[in-house]
Design a protein around this ligand. Structure first.
Ligand code: TNX
Length: 498
C-alpha cells in the first residue's frame, strides 16, 4: 500500500473509522459524512451468502446491541441497506480479507471467502459508537487482510479446569479481535481433561484433580463437539493439545500400563517452583500401554477436531532421554500424519526429525528453534511478550513473574519477524498468547489476565508492521477496554490507558 494511506492514519486519528478499529486494517480511507441506519435499513444477502446464516445472525444481533435496531433481511438493495456479497477476488483478498464501503446512502461488504465476510462484519460492528440509540457509521473505504494466518490464544484447562460455558464465552471474547485459533492445553501433570473412548480412568482418575485444591473436571466428547462447533461459528479453529512425553503425570497416575514398573505414581497437584523443577514425568515407549494409548488418543482427537492441527506438546521433557524424546516425537508425527493432520509442538520438537509442514511454537530459546529444518513453520509465543500468566505490573494481584512484567505496551510493541535471526515472515505462520493456569483458579482471573492483552496480540498478528505504533494503538485499546468493561468483562485496566 502507498504512503498516502499511512499518512492519513497518522494525521486523522480523530476520524471515527480510525479511532474505533482494532486490529487496524491494511487500508483505511476516511471519507466525508456518515451513514445513519434506520428502522427501515436491512441486511441484503447477496448470492452465495445463504449458507452462512451464522454470520448474518451474528451481525443482526450485534447491530441490535450496538445501535438498538433490529435489521431485517432482504434480497434486493435499497437506500439505507447494508449489502453482503461473496463475490470478492480470492487472490486479492485471500481467505480472510474483505472490502467494506460505507457511503452516505448505503454500505457494502464483499469478500472472496466466508471467513473474510465474517472478518468484515467484525469491522463493521466496531465502527458504531456503541452509544445508546446511535446508529451512524462513518463514511469510509476499508480494504483489509491479515499479516498472519495464525492468530491464537491458548487456554490451559489442565492446571485448572474451565467449563464448557466458560470456554464458549472465551471464544466470543477473543473473536472480537479477529483471533482465529484457540489452542486448548488439555492435559498436564495436574489433570487430564478430555474423555478418550476405551480409557475411562484417564478422566475418572486423571481428571479428578487440579493444581492446589481445585476440584478438577473434564470434557466429554459431546462437550468437545459443542466447543468446536461454537468456535467454527466464530471462524475459530480449535487446536487441541495433548502434551507428551513430559507433563504426563495425570495419565501415568490413571493408567498403570503407561509406567515401566506397571505401577502408577500418585496424582500430582503441586506447582513446580521454577523452570528447573518442571518436566519430572515422562511416558516411555517400552511401557506396555504406551503405543495403543498414543494411537487411540490421536485417532479420537483427529476425528473430533474439524481443524487440521494436532498439538502434541513436547515441552520440558526433562525426564525423557534425548534419544527417546526424538523417537517419541517421531512416533507422534507418524500418528498425526496417518490421520491427515498437521503436527504442532512446542519449540523443543525441533530436536526431532521434523517432516515438512511441522509447526514449531517458539516460547523461550531462539537457538532451539533455529535447529528446525528449513521446511518448518513457526508460531511465535515469546514468553516476554505473550505469556498471559505473567503479571502486568509488580502490584498485580494475580500472575507470575519469571518472564517479566507484561503491561499492554510490552504485549503490543514487538515484531515477530525480528525476534530470532533467520526466522522471518516467510517462515512464520503466526503468533499466539498462552494462558497457563497453575496460579489462575477462577474465570474472573482468566479474563483479568487475558483482556485487554489479547487485543494487543490480535493487532500484532493482523496488522502490517509498518502500520503499527504504540502511539496510535494506545487510544484505540483504551476505547476497546471501555467497551469490554461495559459488557461486564473484568479486564485489567492498565494505567497506560488513562
Ligand atoms: C512453561 S511454556 C511451560 C508451562 C508452564 C509455564 C508457566 C511451556 C511450553 N511450558 O508448562 O505452565 O511455563 O508460566
Amino acid at each position: 500500500m502507498g504512503s498516502s494511506t499511512s499518512d492519513a492514519i497518522v494525521v486523522d486519528t480523530a476520524h471515527g473509522a480510525l479511532h474505533r478499529l482494532l486490529p487496524l486494517p491494511l487500508v483505511v480511507e476516511p471519507h466525508e459524512g456518515s451513514l445513519t441506519l434506520t428502522a427501515r435499513s436491512r441486511i441484503v444477502i447477496g448470492a452465495g451468502i445463504g449458507g452462512f446464516d451464522h454470520t448474518v445472525n451474528h451481525l443482526i444481533g450485534d447491530v441490535q446491541k450496538a445501535a438498538g435496531l433490529h435489521l431485517a433481511r432482504a434480497a434486493e438493495a435499497a437506500d439505507g441497506d447494508i449489502t453482503l456479497r461473496l463475490d470478492g477476488d480470492l487472490t486479492k483478498h485471500g481467505e480472510e480479507g474483505y472490502e467494506l464501503l460505507i457511503g452516505a446512502d448505503s454500505a457494502s461488504l464483499s469478500a472472496g471467502h466466508p471467513h473474510g465476510l465474517w472478518n468484515g462484519t467484525r469491522t463493521l460492528v466496531q465502527l458504531f459508537t456503541h452509544l445508546p440509540g446511535d446508529a451512524t457509521l462513518p463514511a469510509v473505504r476499508i480494504v483489509d487482510r491479515p499479516r498472519y494466518v495464525w492468530r491464537g490464544a491458548m487456554l490451559d484447562v489442565a492446571r485448572h479446569f474451565f467449563s464448557v460455558d466458560q470456554v464458549l464465552r472465551f471464544i466470543e471474547l477473543i473473536a472480537r479481535f479477529k483471533i482465529n485459533r484457540l489452542h486448548l492445553h488439555l492435559t498436564d501433570d495436574q489433570g487430564w481433561r478430555i474423555a478418550i473412548d476405551g480409557w475411562p480412568t484417564l478422566t475418572n482418575i486423571g481428571g479428578s484433580t487440579a493444581t492446589g485444591h481445585g476440584s478438577g473436571g473434564w470434557f466429554s466428547r459431546t462437550d468437545y463437539l459443542e466447543i468446536v462447533t461454537h468456535a467454527a461459528r466464530h471462524f475459530i479453529t480449535i487446536v487441541p493439545e495433548v502434551d507428551m512425553p513430559g507433563h504426563t503425570n495425570a495419565a501415568l497416575a490413571s493408567v498403570p500400563g503407561l509406567n515401566l514398573t506397571g505401577t502408577s505414581p500418585p496424582l500430582y497437584t503441586d506447582t513446580p517452583r521454577d523452570l528447573a523443577s518442571v518436566g519430572f514425568s515422562s511416558l516411555h515407549l517400552a511401557a506396555p500401554a504406551t503405543r495403543d494409548f498414543v494411537a487411540d488418543v490421536i485417532a479420537q482427537l483427529s476425528a473430533d477436531t474439524p481443524g487440521k492441527y494436532l498439538h502434541v506438546g513436547g515441552d520440558e521433557a526433562n525426564a525423557t532421554d534425548a534419544w527417546e524424546y526424538r523417537e517419541f516425537i517421531e512416533l507422534l508425527q507418524r500418528e498425526v500424519h496417518s490421520h491427515g493432520k498437521q503436527l504442532v509442538g512446542w519449540e523443543e520438537i525441533a530436536n526431532a526429525a521434523l517432516l515438512p509442514g511441522a509447526i514449531v511454537q517458539h516460547w523461550l530459546h531462539g537457538d532451539v528453534v533455529r535447529r528446525a529444518p528449513a521446511s518448518a513453520r513457526f508460531v511465535m509465543s515469546p514468553s516476554g511478550h505473550t505469556y498471559l500468566d505473567m503479571k502486568h505490573t509488580p502490584s498485580c494481584r494475580v500472575g507470575r513473574r519469571w518472564a517479566g512484567f507484561i503491561d499492554v505496551d510490552t504485549a503490543y510493541d514487538w515484531d515477530p519477524a525480528t525476534l530470532i535471526e533467520g526466522i522471518t515472515d516467510d517462515r512464520i505462520e503466526g503468533v499466539e498468547a498462552p494462558l497457563w493456569t497453575e496460579k489462575v483458579a477462577t474465570f474472573e482471573d482468566v479474563q483479568h489476565l487475558c483482556f485487554p492483552r489479547l487485543a494487543c496480540l490480535g493487532e500484532v498478528g493482523w496488522t502490517a508492521q509498518h502500520l503499527r505504533s504504540w502511539d496510535t494503538f494506545g487510544p484505540r485499546l483504551a476505547l476497546h477496554a471501555d467497551r469490554l468493561q461495559r459488557i461486564g468483562v473484568p479486564i485489567y485496566r492498565s494505567a497506560l490507558l488513562d
